[in-house]
Design a protein around this ligand. Structure first.
Ligand SMILES: [Fe+2]
Length: 287
């Protein structure tokens, strides 16, 4: 089964959202959507999500799933906005509960913030499967970047979120709370065990030295041969040493504080006050 995959690239956050649809048929899923957010003004806009809605309507598609590969720290999810406009169920990894527990504390959330994943319609674990029309999706739990990271394998296409990036860029950072470079190494081995011709769609692209165009599609075979962090059968010791050293030099993503507060609520803003105003917190010296 070779699903049709359409990518939507958000250059502001270097995020690739995907729409994956049946080769013959109208069913589709949306993976890792973006709600645009201007940090300086605190304003949201829906340009990125509206481009997806426009496509779905023009092609007369039926959205069955709105999937998250993980709780993103660099962009806000547009899942509830898309669900309102298009329908579909919002899915994420079962370990979202760990992420909610961790960041519920960081943001000093009250008891009204449920840490049981109930904001989502479906919580997936390793080995689960789902359907998008006639297409079957399989869930791989691929933690390391975060504890809840999933890879969705639909037909010959693997949506790997932030595990592997393009071969010339390497792999995702592992220094967020609950992250682990040794765990990411093991997760990536699961992805690399898929057939060599499996198409890999990455969650971000930042270009790479010597490459001037954004890119987001590669294959398992290419990753095994060429990935600069993990290709050529790199050992776990070598990978962990490289990853941890590099992570120690990375700044926090620009949108991490707003992103986490929204994404741990399945893309919903925190509850409004009595006047209907919505606020996000900025914890000082916490991250
Ligand atoms: Fe991420």
């Amino acid at each position: 089964m070779t699903p049709f995959v359409k990518a939507f690239f958000d250059e502001a956050t270097f995020t690739v959202s995907y729409l994956v649809r049946e080769p013959q048929g109208k069913s589709c899923a949306i993976i890792d959507s973006v709600l645009d957010f201007d940090h300086a003004s605190g304003r949201t806009n829906t340009n990125s999500a509206d481009a997806i809605i426009e496509y779905v309507k023009a092609e007369d598609l039926r959205v069955e799933w709105i999937l998250e590969s993980h709780v993103h720290a660099d962009h806000l999810s547009a899942a509830p906005y898309l669900q309102e406009a298009l329908g579909g169920k919002i899915g994420i990894g079962k370990n979202i509960t760990i992420v909610q527990d961790t960041f519920g504390k960081v943001f000093n959330e009250g008891t009204e913030f449920q840490r049981d994943g109930s904001q989502f319609d479906s919580l997936f674990q390793d080995g689960d499967s789902f359907h998008v029309g006639q297409m079957r999706g399989d869930v791989l739990h691929t933690p390391g970047h975060t504890p809840a990271c999933l890879t969705y394998v639909i037909g010959d296409a693997a949506f790997v979120g932030d595990t592997l990036f393009m071969p010339d860029f390497g792999t995702a950072r592992c220094d967020f709370p609950g992250g682990s470079s040794a765990t990411l190494y093991q997760s990536i081995q699961k992805i690399l065990a898929l057939p060599d011709e499996t198409r890999i769609f990455v969650g971000h692209d930042y270009k790479a030295p010597g490459r001037d165009e954004y890119a987001w599609e590669t294959t398992v075979g290419e990753q095994k041969a060429l990935n600069i962090h993990i290709g050529q059968g790199r050992s776990i010791e070598e990978f962990v040493q490289m990853r941890d050293t590099r992570d120690a030099t990375l700044a926090m993503p620009r949108l991490i504080l707003p992103s986490l507060q929204v994404n741990m609520r399945a893309g919903h803003m925190p509850p409004a006050d009595e006047q209907g105003n919505v606020y996000l917190k900025l914890p000082v010296n916490k991250l």
